[in-house]
Design a protein. Structure first.
Length: 641
């Protein structure tokens, strides 16, 4: 295809087709997303105008300074550091997100605001990290590493930051937090709210005067970046804060917990407490941001001078105590906040420990020979996934148990046939492929629909079940050595040393430091499951739930594929074929979220269902962990000895 035609096609996709797709997505999904919009819709017009201005400014800079067009597939001649690229690394994408958000807000589109804009943002991040970054590095080498913007983190050095740098750091942390927090306040109380109050909270005394310490939290927490004494520590504070915000906002999404406020007698301090509650929400409480911020502050008050340090830390503990003694938070809120603080503050050693466990699993290959039959331990992990997946579908489809069996059989049959077609070879005698299982399940679902089963209920149940199946299935991948990452210079990675691992036998990467792509996939399935379960408890349409699964799995798979290092993976038009399938998954999911259907019903778990799930798990272990090493028949062996 001529270069000019490629550029025209590229421009048509991103400047015409994509905006129309997002617009129509919001229009059709408005029937299902009914969350209230924030007031002051005129703010949407300001945000949209700012987004257009930022985008045009960036395009002009690429044309004048970069001597090229805003097309990452056809990068400009020069790397641009100035103009809009001084504001942020990707001003065109930032402007596109602002335009999407602003128009949705201005036009009163709940789906555009709450659904399309967040997922569009996630898609952009995925595209940058899964495709564009590699192209930019190939074109410009180390120049992107030198690109510092107003939104960049402080450099990891011991130099003392200036006042302007501290102000910038504070704004970069607290403005996104404020916007995100207010989103949950605007969203209001869900119909299935769970109150975090317990009997233990009845023993916590109400001390109204401690509201003064509660109010002290705001200036105390804001003071932290101005006390910190080095760029390195300022950088650590910002990253701790960002990780904490991610964990807490995710908790708000998936856990409908709230505080049941008790009425207070009329008094000065009680009136202050009531006034604060009127401008807050009992929903945005589990985990408690007040307690999380106070714990972070107490840690970084170690940078304060010795004469003030004990007083600042004492003030931080008083803030935490006041959250309970004003009855603005429950003990459950406090415990959850401590857990988030621990996860955010000690995320690196926790991650290293997770890698250690994954590496132990990856090099744990063990097999048992019984005559001509071989049993391999990695099939055990597939069996665990099969057990929970079958149980999940059986619970959600109590009247269609026959369809659960049909889906269960079709999934692994499709996975085996797909992998034979795409990756099959003498060294891969019985591989299994994820997208083959998707095709097999889709075929089974439509076949079941011909016999009266509800297609959308089957698909939604399969989507929920796919998460634990994939989660435990990745442990099998670790042992077998499939779906592995490519070499990385990062200190934290996985090393496969067992001689039976495909990493060593096929890729020749024995002992090399690889991206832990299996762990990334496990994390993606873990977080996806609870989001889908939240949609299920909200009684969202089964088609909507299924669509969100396909969108999220496509997004995560796109990035994961960019980090994988399997030599047999085919390429098409500059991208791995599985990245194209991930894009197709996202598009399919978008269409599904626009289709009306009933919500999922559920039955009851029973001993009988558990026994059936156990028997299905044994079958899965046989399929994924038993072979016949002396046979030359097709599908007889899982690995080439």
């Amino acid at each position: 295809m001529p270069l000019i035609l490629q550029k025209i096609l590229y421009a048509a996709v991103f400047c015409l087709i994509l905006p129309v797709l997002l617009w129509q997505w919001a229009v059709y999904a408005d029937d299902f997303v009914t969350l209230p919009l924030p007031e002051a819709q005129w703010m949407g017009g300001i945000i949209a105008s700012a987004g257009v201005s930022l985008t045009l400014w960036a395009m002009l800079g690429l044309w004048r300074t970069g001597k090229g067009l805003p097309m990452n597939a056809f990068p400009p001649e020069e790397y641009v550091f100035s103009g809009a690229y001084r504001v942020c690394r990707h001003p065109i994408y930032a402007g596109a997100v602002m335009l999407c958000l602003g128009l949705a807000w201005l036009n009163g589109s709940p789906a555009g605001f709450w659904l399309v804009t967040p997922l569009f943002t996630l898609m952009i991040i995925t595209y940058v990290y899964g495709f564009e970054r590699e192209i930019i590095e190939q074109q410009f080498g180390a120049k992107p590493l030198l690109h510092k913007t107003w939104l960049s983190l402080p450099p990891p050095n011991l130099r003392k930051p200036g006042l302007s740098e501290k102000i910038r750091a504070a704004l970069l942390v607290f403005l996104p937090w404020l916007f995100g927090y207010e989103l949950f306040v605007w969203a209001g109380m869900p119909s299935d709210v769970l109150y975090s109050n317990t009997v233990v909270d009845d023993y916590v005394p109400l001390l109204p005067f401690t509201v003064l310490f509660y109010l002290l939290s705001y200036p105390l927490i804001i003071s932290v970046p101005f006390i910190i004494g080095s760029n390195q520590r300022l950088r650590e504070w910002m990253t701790d804060a960002f990780w904490g915000m991610l964990l807490i906002f995710y908790s708000y999404l998936v856990i409908p917990a709230a505080v049941a406020y008790q009425s207070l007698p009329d008094s000065l301090f009680n009136n202050i407490i009531e006034w604060g509650r009127q401008h807050d929400s009992p929903m945005a409480s589990f985990p408690s941001f007040h307690i999380f911020w106070a714990l972070i502050a107490i840690h970084y008050f170690n940078d304060a001078s010795k004469q003030y340090r004990p007083y600042l830390k004492a003030a931080g503990w008083l803030v935490i105590l006041s959250c309970l003694t004003t009855h603005n938070h429950t003990l459950a809120d406090a415990v959850a906040a401590v857990l988030v603080y621990w996860l955010a503050r000690y995320r690196k050693p926790i991650y290293i420990k997770m890698l250690y466990v994954c590496e132990r699993i990856a090099n744990s290959w063990h097999e048992w020979q019984f005559g001509k039959v071989r049993l391999i331990n990695h099939g055990f992990y597939a069996a665990i996934g099969g057990f929970f997946g079958f149980l999940m579908m059986a619970y959600l489809l109590p009247n269609d148990l026959w369809a659960v069996y049909l889906i269960g059989f079709s999934g692994f049959i499709g996975a085996g046939l797909w992998a034979q077609w795409v990756e099959g070879s003498a060294a891969l005698l019985r591989p299994f492929g994820y997208y083959g299982s998707v095709i097999g399940i889709l075929a089974a679902v439509f076949a079941a629909g011909l016999f009266g089963a509800d297609i959308w209920s089957l698909l939604a149940a399969a989507a929920l079940a796919a998460c634990p199946i994939q989660f435990f299935g990745r442990c099998r991948c670790l042992v077998q050595g499939c779906c592995h990452g490519k070499p990385t210079d990062a200190a934290a990675g996985l090393r496969f040393t067992h001689p039976k691992s495909r990493v060593n036998k096929l890729a020749g990467l024995c002992g090399e430091n690889l991206y832990p792509t299996q762990l990334y996939s496990m994390a993606a399935n873990f977080f996806t499951f609870f989001l889908l379960w939240r949609l299920y408890t909200l009684e969202m349409p089964a088609s909507f739930l299924t669509g969100i699964y396909f969108i999220l799995t496509g997004i995560f798979r796109f990035v994961e594929e960019s980090l994988r290092g399997e030599p047999q993976t085919p390429y098409f038009m500059g991208m791995r074929v599985y990245q194209w399938l991930a894009i197709a998954s996202v598009l399919l999911g978008i269409m599904m979220t626009c289709i009306s259907s009933t919500s999922l019903d559920a039955g009851n778990l029973s001993i009988g269902l558990c026994i059936q799930a156990f028997l299905y798990a044994l079958l899965i272990w046989f399929v994924y962990g038993v072979d016949f090493p002396e046979s030359n028949r097709r599908f007889s062996r899982l690995t080439q000895d």
